[in-house]
Design a protein around this ligand. Structure first.
Ligand code: CMX
Length: 139
């Protein structure tokens, strides 16, 4: 059902300020930076072996990441799990009584289909399911 950890999301106030730790200190590789306007965030993907770290910087006060940082400060925000057939996976979880934030997937960073599970059903962790567009490698 779940293939692997696709990425780990870290909420930061500023990608520019957070990046040097990953790139210069840890010597990791920046894959790219993009704006996900539907989520009011700018994101940077950093490659770590066959998974990634995603730095999330809010672009407006409406962003759920801005609310998160206001309440809890910067830090671990979500864990994204790669799945196939995301709509079926969401249906299965719903039938098992798991609270879904998104009942239907929406388009997130890198044009992946994404959906979040509510942390109240998962011992306090915000999980994202993500499925790459067909034809794209799920590395
Ligand atoms: N991880 C774990 N728990 C979290 C959380 C997080 N990232 N964000 C909020 N919560 C918890 C809060 O601690 C709170 O718990 P209690 O009720 O026990 O106090 C509860 O969830 C409600 O939190 P809130 O601050 O009142 O916030 P909201 O209910 O308005 O929103 C959530 C919370 C998870 C529903 C909302 O952030 C959401 O819809 N997230 C999914 C979308 C998202 O995060 N997008 C940004 C990333 C996009 C991307 O990766 O491209």
């Amino acid at each position: 059902m779940v293939k692997k950890v696709d990425h780990i999301g870290i909420a930061v106030r500023s990608i520019e300020k957070a990046l040097p730790f990953y790139i210069e200190t840890l010597n990791l590789t920046l894959e790219g930076i993009e704006e996900v306007s539907s989520q009011h965030v700018r994101v940077a993907f950093i490659k770590v072996g066959d998974t990634k770290i995603e730095l999330l910087e809010p672009t407006s006060e409406e962003s759920s990441v801005a609310k998160f940082i206001d309440k809890r400060g910067e830090g671990l925000h979500h864990v994204a799990l790669a799945v196939n057939n995301i709509e079926e996976r969401l249906e299965e979880l719903k039938n098992k009584g798991i609270a879904l934030i998104d009942e239907k997937p929406r388009v997130g960073a890198a044009q992946a289909n994404i959906a979040f599970l509510h942390p109240k059903s998962t011992s306090g962790v915000l999980y994202e399911f993500c499925e790459k567009q067909r034809g794209e490698k799920s590395d």
